[in-house]
Design a protein around this ligand. Structure first.
Ligand code: HXC
Length: 223
């Protein structure tokens, strides 16, 4: 999902920073994205569970471009499992990536925007179950609910100071990595699609276009 959003931002003329843990994977992705779309993609390796690594990543992005205008909190981890089988480290892993990671990135950029009176846009990718919870993905549901609460709270706290906070809760947008893990049985995707009025999963470009709208000046009053 992050790749699709990043490519759409790039097509529309944004300069894009991409961040994840594995430097070689990131560098290859940046090269492929620039080869197809042109423009600038800066890959910065960062584990969002580590607040010092997040600060360093944000500082490097800020220094490289002379400022940053927007943040997409997309990094996520999830474990599909009966909850009683999870160790506390498994819980920490998902909460660390989803809740703490989104918070650290939001804080690192928010502090810089407020200190420099610069406007900023924050978009967090949550999930349809952030609102109502979901069995068998409980750490993810709890963490995404936290990210949604952070979004709504900061929209009020930082909105008056020029920082908007929004979230998208995608339904099924099949991608290999997540879907092989989360929906190992093909019947599970059919069941999910049955509950969607349009009776089909989302296409990546449909998420990317909404994300681009919410990061752009076309949606400045959406907070
Ligand atoms: C039980 C598990 C486990 C599993 C890991 N652990 N996988 N426990 N079942 N399947 C436990 C480990 O045993 C360990 O605990 C602890 O979790 C940490 O494991 P690590 O190997 O150190 O992994 P780590 O680097 O922390 O990453 C774990 C992970 C990773 C986050 C689950 O595997 C991952 O990134 N998965 C894929 C990411 C993903 O699916 N992203 C898309 C999310 S989609 P112990 O006690 O043994 O040390 C999403 C939106 C939902 O979030 C929308 C759905 C519709």
């Amino acid at each position: 999902l992050g790749r699709a959003m990043g490519e759409r931002f790039l097509q529309l003329g944004a300069r894009v920073v991409i961040a994840s843990r594995r430097e070689a994977v990131l560098r290859a992705a940046a090269d492929e994205m620039m080869a197809v779309h042109g423009g600038t993609v800066l890959p910065l390796a960062c584990d969002v569970r580590d607040p010092d690594a997040v600060d360093a990543m944000v500082a490097a992005a800020w220094d490289h471009f002379g400022g940053v205008d927007g943040l997409v909190n997309n990094a996520a981890g999830n474990i599909a499992s009966p909850t009683e089988r999870l160790s506390h480290r498994a819980v920490d892993s998902v909460l660390g990536i989803v809740l703490h990671g989104s918070f650290y990135c939001t804080l690192a950029l928010g502090k810089r925007w407020l200190a420099t009176s610069r406007k900023g846009r924050i978009l967090s990718i949550v999930t349809t179950y952030a609102e109502g919870g979901s069995a068998f993905v409980v750490p993810s549901a709890a963490a995404k609910a936290g990210v949604l609460a952070m979004t709504r709270s900061l929209a009020v706290e930082w909105g008056p100071r020029g920082i908007t906070c929004n979230a998208i809760a995608p339904g099924p947008f099949p991608t290999k990595g997540a879907w092989d893990r989360l929906l190992p049985d093909p019947g599970m995707l059919d069941a999910a699609i049955d509950r969607i009025p349009m009776r089909r999963p989302g296409e990546l470009i449909e998420l990317a276009d909404l994300a681009a709208f919410l990061m752009s000046d076309l949606s400045l009053y959406i907070n």
